[in-house]
Design a protein around this ligand. Structure first.
Ligand SMILES: [Zn+2]
Length: 193
C-alpha cells in the first residue's frame, strides 16, 4: 500500500493550528473506471481533482493523506483503511444516471459529518452553477461507494453528474476554482475545534 503523506506544506503561523487529521481520496481505482460517459472516465476525473485539492491544501498549510501517489488511485478497500485512521476523510466521485437530465452535487455521510458535507455541497453548487441535491445519509447511496462511509467513517462527495453534458461543461470550466473552494472548506474544518 502506498499511502501518500503530504507534509511539505506552507508554514502559516498566523492561522490557528491544524487540530484534525485529513485524508482526501479519489473514488474507484486504476483498474475500476467508475462512470464512463462523453469520453471521460470518472476515476481519472477524480484523481485529477484529488491532486488539485491537495496542491491547494498545501498552499493553505494543511497536512493531509492521499490514497496513492500522484498518478495512483488505490482500490477502495485500501482507501477505507486510511480513512478509518483519519478524523476527516473525503472521497471524490462523479455521479451517473440513466437519465441524461439528472444533475447536481450531493454528499453521503453519517450524521456527525453532515455540517461539513453540506458546506461541500454548497460551494460545489455555487462554483459550478449546478443544483444542490444536499447532504444525504449513508443509506441513500448506491452499491460499493458506501464502504467509505460505513467502514471508513468518511464523506462521499459526488461532485456532479458525468452523464449530464451541462454538468460536465461546468466541471471543465470550473474545476480549478472548485478545488480552491473545497480546499478552503477543508482547511477551515481541520482548524475548527
Ligand atoms: Zn464513483
Amino acid at each position: 500500500m502506498t499511502i501518500r503523506w503530504i507534509d511539505q506544506v506552507q508554514a502559516l503561523p498566523s492561522l490557528s493550528p491544524q487540530l484534525w487529521s485529513l485524508m482526501i481520496a479519489a473514488g474507484h481505482s486504476d483498474v475500476d473506471p467508475g462512470v464512463v460517459a462523453h469520453g471521460y472516465r470518472e476515476a481519472e476525473i477524480v484523481l485529477d481533482f484529488r491532486q488539485l485539492v491537495s496542491a491547494e491544501l498545501a498552499e493553505l498549510g494543511v497536512k493531509h493523506l492521499l490514497d496513492g501517489e500522484p498518478h495512483e488511485n488505490l482500490p477502495l478497500h485500501q482507501a477505507v483503511v486510511i480513512a478509518r485512521g483519519c478524523d476527516i476523510a473525503v472521497e471524490f466521485h462523479c455521479n451517473g444516471a440513466a437519465s441524461a437530465q439528472a444533475t447536481g452535487v450531493e454528499t453521503l455521510s453519517r450524521a456527525h459529518n453532515k455540517p461539513l458535507a453540506a458546506e461541500l455541497c454548497r460551494v460545489t453548487a455555487d462554483v459550478l452553477g449546478i443544483a444542490n441535491r444536499g447532504a444525504r445519509p449513508e443509506g441513500s447511496g448506491q452499491h460499493h461507494r458506501l464502504a467509505f462511509v460505513s467502514d471508513g467513517g468518511g464523506i462521499i462527495h459526488e461532485l456532479f453528474f458525468l452523464t449530464n453534458k451541462r454538468d460536465l461543461a461546468a466541471w471543465i470550466g470550473g474545476r480549478r476554482s472548485l478545488a480552491k473552494e473545497v480546499a478552503r472548506v477543508l482547511a477551515d474544518a481541520v482548524r475548527t475545534p
